[in-house]
Design a protein around this ligand. Structure first.
Ligand code: ZN
Length: 135
């Protein structure tokens, strides 16, 4: 019996449902963040100051930067989900994009947008400069 990888249509359908649910979540998060971002800009223009010396200006810039970072994160997640959905369509979903080995169903359930198998995921990437953990 071979384990790991998605062989059945049922597993694929479950993955598709998970991906679509996560995608809806990410899309909602993005529109909420965009509203936040617009709100910050609006209140800034409402005050009518564009002055560097205004302490409120610095706070607004900081808040905007934070929301922008969250937006970027959410967009990255959405892109990953879109890619996973595209891979379901072209039949390559469930294979590691680095080594080509099947990604275990367990990992895909936990992380439906996973692009690499667990081995490649824990293997430090080239030039990442990450400290080696114990073991
Ligand atoms: Zn791999």
């Amino acid at each position: 019996m071979s384990d790991g990888g998605l062989n059945g249509a049922r597993e694929l359908l479950e993955a598709l449902e998970l991906l679509e649910a996560e995608r809806a979540e990410a899309t909602a998060a993005i529109s909420a963040l965009m509203r936040d971002f617009d709100g910050i800009v609006d209140s800034a223009s409402g005050v009518g100051t564009d002055d560097e010396h205004d302490p409120e200006g610095a706070t607004i810039a900081f808040e905007r930067a934070q929301v922008a970072a969250l937006l970027e994160q959410a967009r990255g997640r959405l892109a990953d989900l879109d890619l996973a959905l595209a891979r379901i369509e072209d039949g390559s979903y469930g294979s590691c994009e680095r080594c080509g080995q099947p990604i275990t169903a367990e990992r895909l359930t936990a992380r439906p947008a996973a692009r690499t198998c667990i081995r490649c995921a824990v293997r430090p990437g080239r030039g990442s400069g990450r400290a080696r953990g114990p073991g």
